[in-house]
Ligand binder design. Sequence first.
Ligand code: ADP
Length: 510
Amino acid sequence: MSPEAPPRFEPSSEKVDVLLVDDRPEDLIAMTTILEGPLYTIVTARSGSEALKRLLEQDFAVILVDVLMPTMDGFELAGMIKKRERSRDTPLIFLTAAGSDVGRIYQGYALGAVDYLPKPVDPDVVRAKVAIFAELFRRAKRLEQQAKALREAERRERDLQITELKLAAERRFTNLAEAIPQIVWTTNPQGALQYANRRFVEYTGMDLEAAQGEGWLAAVHPDDAVQCFTCWREAVAKGVLYEGEFRLRRMSDGAYRWHISRAVPERNAEGQIVAWLGTHTDFEDLKQAIRARDEFLSIASHELRTPLTALKLRLQALLYAKGLEEKLEKKLESAARQTQRLERLIDNLLDISRITTGHLELEPEELELAEVAHEVVERLRDEATSVGSQVQFEATSRAGGCWDRLRIEQVVTNLLTNAMKYGEGKPVVVRVSEDERAVEISVRDRGMGIADVDLERIFHQFERATNRRTAGGLGMGLYITRQIVEAHQGQIEVESKVGEGSVFRVRLPK
Ligand code: ADP
């Protein structure tokens, strides 16, 4: 291996600009003559202020400044040059008359000047010094260009990487979409279908071209198509989560099967929707199972009700019989209460099947909420006493409305029996009040309370927050209560703290 050659000073030929500042024209001409040639573009200035003007227009490789000039001398000019950001690093050569003041020369150095040349100048020395600065300038310029080229190359590389990452993400999405058993699809921001996975093609027998835009609607059951499309357009217009249910035709047997469909908007960093990502999931089997369950519930509760009614009547007849032993009477009363509870459970089951089949019908009449509530409280007082709860009733309003009496009774009964069941034997307060918009009934207990995570859940079918088997129940009461309240255009809400109790509020609009 040959040893590396030491770097050599090889002036390149690229022309650079040199500024000459001198008040004497003959000196300017002499200096121009010395430096003239293919290497430099000479710019001259006859005063400090003219030099500053030139420096505003362009950069120079080096500035040669006569120290002795009227108005602004060379040192003053140097001070200005060094103050300006753009020219701060431009090398300066001072030209001094023979026998110049040495103190002034030091002052020049303190300004950061780079060199001195005594006048009259030696042409070779001038050329040699200027050549060095010119070459430094060229190299700095080349370095800057190289750095720029490097930055450019890096930017291109980064762009490439981003594009690759994007492609990889897209590939990932497509692979995932192909791997899952559901139908997966994407649309443009306006909601026109662009992509659907293979499962869609296999399921519907419709090829992608036919499905594009709104073509997919042809696979939706004709009875569901309008509703499905309207819902979808609404979600797209609002830019919110889409959820829908409709029947989709399965090509293999021609059957229309229920699907649940969901889609979310995909947004860019600015929050604009760039696409929609959606799925259709076949839940026909689940739906059939639910239907079978509801049918069973309906039949079972009807069947259970018949013997129960007979039992209730027998117990009542016994209770009305005269001359009963006190002990026996107590037992009969207890049996009557148990049958009442059983009746409520069965009625709840019946209601659930009514609600799921959309048959919860109301028979509204003019009522006073306080009166209905009071009646229920009185009816349940014995039961409350048997679990050790005091029930207090307060009414600050006698407002009424057009409601279904039995259903409103049911709401109060459900809330009150819950307060008794979960109220740990502490006092319960039932209060009826009103404001400008609604009549309100609240039921407050001081019992176990409900954890925040369960507050919403308990209003759903068969959901319970407790796993205490001792507090019997099927998780139907609050679900039915909410359905009844909402059927009356009302609202139900709960506030609760674990260990401190709960308050349920039902508001019925005036
Ligand atoms: P059930 O009482 O038959 O379980 P509900 O639908 O009436 O069904 O109530 C659902 C759940 O809500 C209950 O299981 C219980 O966990 C909770 N809950 C309802 N009311 C109260 C209350 N007053 N205090 C504490 N928990 C309650």
